[in-house]
Design a binder for this molecule. Structure first.
Ligand code: PGA
Length: 260
């Protein structure tokens, strides 16, 4: 059985005092929520990683970075942080290929693939984000776009490396829009992604790899989304900034794991 994962992508939000309140509420609430059945990871802005590391210390909450340099060796890369640096700062996870980075910061499939390798070489577990735009979905290109994103990011990785990857299906049109893929729409794509992974690394890997859903996940819709057989948790943006909402989402995932 795959262990569920619920991840909080804070994006470019937060200040020290707000972060403190949010994490304190999560630490207190997660114990009550019996969320041991779920991996919970927060991805704060890089400048707050050291602070948040202290705040989550001793709790079940793990830490991740929102982005990573594709360069592995130290050097003249102004503004960049390497995967080794994020490990050194206490991160176990990193988001790679988020659609905002692909669309706004020009990350191509080659860049995403290089970041996957840099993360894995440094022992960070990457959460690879993939997903189609509304135009691509309406134009019938969903399967081609998503499978090409998966294959291009994963094809140079060995099976042991692949087993440390988490995939996040995030339809671009559902991110921050309040629109969510229906549980059935999401399930259909998750199943397709799992088949692509099976084609690359075999059925055993495909059954093991976790595929989480992202795109306007909320306290109200989490339960139905997580009930789908190929959905192993969520990558949560907006709702992860409100402790109550994020806790409810973690609880929905833990309940599902219990039903599992
Ligand atoms: P959202 O963001 O939950 O605000 O839609 C999800 C994401 O971009 O990871």
């Amino acid at each position: 059985m795959r262990k569920a994962l619920v991840a909080a992508n804070w994006k470019m939000n937060g200040r020290r005092s707000a972060n403190e309140k949010l994490i304190a509420a999560l630490v207190a609430g997660l114990d009550q929520a019996k969320a041991g059945a779920v991996d919970v990871v927060v991805f704060p802005p890089a400048v707050y990683l050291a602070d948040v590391r202290q705040m989550v210390s001793g709790s079940m909450i793990e830490l991740g970075a929102q982005n990573v340099s594709l360069e592995s060796l130290d050097g003249a890369f102004t503004g960049e942080c390497s995967a080794q640096m994020f490990c050194d700062a206490g991160c176990g996870w990193v988001l790679v290929g988020h659609s905002e980075r692909r669309a706004m910061f020009g990350e191509t499939e080659d860049v995403v693939a290089a970041k996957m390798r840099a993360a894995l070489d440094a022992d960070l577990s990457p959460v690879l984000c993939v997903g189609e735009t509304l135009e691509q979905r309406q134009g019938g290109a969903l399967e081609q776009v998503v499978s090409s994103q998966v294959v291009s990011a994963l094809s140079s990785l060995s099976v042991p490396m692949l087993s440390r990857v988490v995939l996040a299906y995030e339809p671009v049109w559902a991110i921050g829009s309040g629109l969510t893929a229906s549980p059935e729409q999401a399930q259909e794509v998750h199943e397709m992604i799992r088949a692509v992974v099976a084609g690359m690394g075999g059925e055993e890997l495909a059954q093991k790899i976790r595929i989480v859903y992202g795109g306007s996940v909320s306290a109200a819709n989490a339960e139905l989304i997580f009930a789908q057989p190929d959905i192993d948790g969520g990558l949560v943006g907006g709702a992860s900034l409100k402790a109550e909402d994020f806790l409810a989402i973690c609880r929905a995932s833990a309940d599902q794991a219990a039903v599992g």
